[in-house]
Ligand binder design. Structure first.
Ligand code: URA
Ligand code: CA
Length: 433
């Protein structure tokens, strides 16, 4: 096989075989195929698309480009949840203990990375003593015992995707459905998932800004998963405004505790119950998603979800007393309200810009080397559709400096009020199975 012939084949819109796709991914990972040929190939895919069969083969070729985590020592069906990213998305913190409480094993491998806030591990490190530096054997034992454990990323997962994603970033080929879908799915499968629940966000704060684009991506990923033997479903959910109220690390841990307690924000609670019921169903722990939802609600009502969270924290060195005493979480020096300049209805809370405001406070990393401030962030006091009186607080700002003019400016620019009534956005647009 020669790469130039395969580029030509894709350029002309023909279907590549399994062997051809495997050749490309192996050659590129090992450095035998240069960046310029891979760029031309990515651009050909961008314009010509890939068939269902090609997408599945591409995904599995990337899975096998590096280590594949073996979770077979964990009893039960391992369901992983993946979100395509958003702002103040506290769902992972809630869903882990929530579904573990009804017996679904959650073996989470998580990273740090860049973003508006830290990743799941950063957030959990708001709990004093909590750590993810555990051995693989201890990790597996913990999942078998408590149904929930989190470990830091290690090993060499999907090197083909790392290399290709970086190349796509500088060759205007990120925005291609077959390339995005195979990129995301390969990482989940390499991390050991038997079944996958996808939360595809849509709106200003999402990777996919329109419902049509989000649906196309969701359907592509669900097809890939099912075609490679991993039961997969997707929810398309709103990310025009941040999810829940809190955006920040310790602030989101508190929000997760409130939600596990039954006192969380309505949208976050609803999304967690929806995603969670599909996870429980895919794990084979309930005969229907309706039944699964009842089980999850019961785990919230009888305190089992919160107990599971405590056990999880203390098993990984964390001080679980924070669950009952959230004032023990890291605290910001300044707590500043952002008063509404006029009376009206909240019409827009542009998610990505609000996320940037949280990052300016120090809640997220600007570069890989940046330090993160676990205490700082934002808590929305109003959401789209809420009525607000002039002078009433729109947002509470948690900061470790009182010089926050850039933050308040950004917030005022991105929280828009209207004089007429505004409808709250739909939270869950579609469920794709
Ligand atoms: N996220 C990913 O992991 N991969 C893509 O290609 C795009 C978004
Ligand atoms: Ca939140």
């Amino acid at each position: 096989l020669r790469m130039v012939d395969l580029i030509e084949k894709k350029r002309d819109g023909l279907e590549l075989t399994k062997e051809e796709i495997a050749f490309i991914i192996k050659g590129y990972t090992e450095g035998n195929i240069p960046d310029y040929q891979m760029s031309a190939f990515a651009m050909a895919v961008f314009f010509q698309d890939m068939t269902e069969a090609e997408r599945a083969e591409l995904t599995m070729a990337m899975v096998h480009s590096g280590d594949v985590i073996d979770l077979s020592a964990i009893e039960g069906i391992k369901v992983d949840k993946h979100s395509t990213g958003g702002v103040g998305d506290t769902t992972t913190l809630v869903l882990g203990p929530l579904v573990a409480a009804v017996g679904v094993p959650v073996a989470k491998m998580s990273g740090r990375g860049l973003g508006h806030t830290g990743g799941t591990i950063d957030k959990l490190e708001s709990v004093k003593g909590f750590h993810v530096e555990i051995e693989k054997e201890a990790f597996i034992d913990l999942v078998n015992k408590n149904k929930l454990a989190v470990i830091g990323q290690s090993g060499n997962l999907t090197p083909a995707d790392k290399k290709l994603y970086a190349l796509r970033d500088v060759t205007a080929t990120v925005n291609s459905i077959p390339l995005i879908a195979s990129s995301i799915m390969s990482k989940k499968i390499a991390a050991g998932a038997d079944a996958i629940c996808l939360d595809v966000k849509t709106g200003a704060g999402a990777f996919m800004k329109t419902l049509d684009a989000s649906r196309e991506l969701a359907e592509a990923m669900v097809k890939i998963g099912n075609n490679v033997g991993r039961k997969t479903m997707a929810v398309i959910s709103d990310m025009s405004q941040p999810l829940g109220y809190a955006i920040g690390n310790a602030l989101e841990v508190k929000e997760a505790i409130d939600t596990l307690n039954g006192n969380g924000p309505e949208d976050l609670t609803e999304l967690c119950l929806t995603l969670g019921s599909h996870m429980v169903y895919l794990a084979g722990k309930a005969e229907s998603t309706d039944k699964a939802r009842e089980m999850l609600q019961e785990a919230i009502d009888n305190g089992k979800a919160l107990e599971t969270f405590k056990l999880f924290l203390s098993s990984q060195g964390g001080d679980a007393t924070v669950v009952d005493h959230t004032d023990l979480l890291p605290k910001a020096k300044y707590i500043i309200e952002l008063p509404a300049k006029e009376t009206g209805y909240v019409a827009e809370i542009t998610a990505d810009s609000i996320g940037t405001a949280a990052m300016l406070l120090g809640a997220g990393r600007v570069t890989k080397e940046s330090a993160i401030d676990l205490a700082v962030g934002l808590v929305l006091r109003k959401k789209i559709g809420d009525k607000v009186e002039a002078g009433e607080s729109l947002v509470t700002i948690y900061s470790n400096t009182n010089d926050i003019d850039d933050v308040t400016k950004k917030l005022y620019e991105n929280i828009k009020l209207s004089s007429s009534v505004v409808k709250a956005p739909t939270l869950i647009y579609e469920v794709i199975t």
